[in-house]
Design a protein around this ligand. Structure first.
Ligand code: NDP
Ligand code: MG
Length: 385
């Protein structure tokens, strides 16, 4: 029986992970979980999973209320609560379904305790990929990706003949604004950008899909996970999100991973440590696949991808600056404070402005994150005057 701690249980990946734990209750058991501001969800989840021993909420006031009702449980709160949840609860695997930088320290804490970590939280790998890989190299814990493209690549690389590989193609749909004329993009509203054609996900990643900052992050994530240089990867635009990634051989044959767009499959794959017993909604017949559309990537429409590549190549704390300024800019866009096309503008401003640190420690990354947030927030406020 695998004992699981789930961080971010109230989110899109979190709730789908709960479905799988419930469905396969003879193999997986939930021993701890966290929610953010949706405190009501904690009651619902605990009622569904009585095996839980510890719960972490975002706010102290919610934690006090929850503890009053459940004296037998360990009830924690805040950033330190997430870490205590990991440290104090006996578990085999931590599933990180948090969104944003807040996921970094929990991933590092879990690895240091030699836990298996299944992570959807790509921000922690973008910002702290080197620290995470150093821990893995020192024999601390195991790491399994949940992101669908990376699960696809892991499966494809297990099949592929290394010598024959030309490129690894990471597919991207282009997000909700892919058909909006370029000159109209500055007027795109949050409602428009949130209407993703193929996936139902949390708000932040849905906006990152529309800018394709998400794909830039995924390129970095792929370099970290598969320990390969950026030039091994290429983006392939694919409208239907059915081909999750592909390998192009030197003789121009392709190896593709095809399945319906449903995160239950990749999550299950990660929970099983990539052993591949998982069952997903199957594509029952090739006839059902209908038409697939592929296009070249358009760097003019999606400047964020180049920004990500440059930040990764620069290294040091540059990816931390990239991530923090993007988090602040996305939130400002969702609050109608800045235009859609200003998201990469503020990210570039921060990358130019925040001091570079070549070999950052975890403390340096935490400092960079908070400095970048402060700078980007202030820059937006000044520009609004
Ligand atoms: P959601 O916004 O749906 O969920 C995020 C979760 O994190 C929620 O449980 C939220 O709590 C919690 N949370 C957010 N901020 C904090 C905080 N400061 N402290 C504690 N908890 C917090 O996001 P998704 O599930 O869509 O995405 C999660 C991660 O997975 C992201 O990194 C994303 O890029 C990645 N991913 C997502 C995919 C998807 O299909 N959704 C696909 C591939 C990757 P609450 O809501 O209660 O406030
Ligand atoms: Mg993805």
């Amino acid at each position: 029986m695998k004992r699981i701690i789930l961080l971010g249980a109230s989110g899109s990946i979190g709730t789908q992970t709960l479905d799988i734990i419930e469905k396969r209750s003879s193999e997986f058991t939930l021993v701890g979980f966290s929610v953010g501001y949706q405190a009501d969800m904690a009651e619902v989840i605990y009622a569904r999973f009585p095996s839980v021993q510890a719960v972490c909420l975002r706010q102290e006031i919610d934690a006090i209320e929850f503890k009053d009702k459940h004296e037998n449980l360990s009830v924690l709160y805040g950033d330190s609560g997430l870490l205590d949840l990991i440290k104090e609860t006996e578990a085999d695997m931590v599933v990180n379904a948090l969104v944003g930088f807040v996921g970094l320290v929990p991933t590092i804490t879990a690895l240091k305790l030699n836990r298996e970590v299944a992570t959807a939280n790509k921000e922690s790998l973008v910002v702290g990929g080197k620290l995470v890989n150093d821990l893995l190299d020192q024999g601390h814990g195991k790491l399994y990706p949940i992101d669908s493209e990376h699960v696809a690549i892991a499966k494809l690389l297990a099949e592929a003949k290394e010598k024959k590989i030309d490129k690894i193609l990471i597919t991207g749909s282009g997000g909700a604004l892919r058909n909006v004329p370029l000159e109209e993009l500055p007027n795109a509203t949050p409602e428009m950008a949130l209407a993703h054609p193929n996936w139902k996900m949390g708000k932040k990643i849905t906006i990152d899909c529309a800018t394709m900052m998400n794909k830039g992050f995924e390129l970095i994530e792929a370099c970290v996970l598969f320990r390969r240089p950026m030039e091994d990867f290429e983006i392939l635009m694919h409208d239907e999100s059915m081909v999750h990634s592909a390998i192009r051989y030197r003789n121009h044959r392709y190896l593709c991973d095809i399945s319906v767009p449903d995160m239950h499959g990749p999550i299950e794959y990660a929970l099983e440590e990539g052993k591949g017993k998982y069952e997903i909604k199957r594509v029952r017949s090739l006839k059902k696949l209908k038409k697939f559309h592929f296009h070249d990537f358009d760097p003019k429409r999606y400047p964020s991808v180049e920004i990500c590549k440059k930040a990764y190549e620069k290294g040091g704390n540059a990816p931390a600056i990239l991530n923090a300024s993007n988090e602040v800019a996305v939130e400002a866009f969702l609050n109608y404070e800045i235009a859609f096309t200003e998201i990469p503008y503020y990210v570039e401003k921060a990358l130019k402005r925040i001091p570079f640190v070549e070999n950052p420690t975890l403390e340096d990354l935490l400092f960079t994150d908070s400095m970048t947030r402060g700078y980007t927030r202030e820059r937006i406020n000044l520009d609004k005057r």
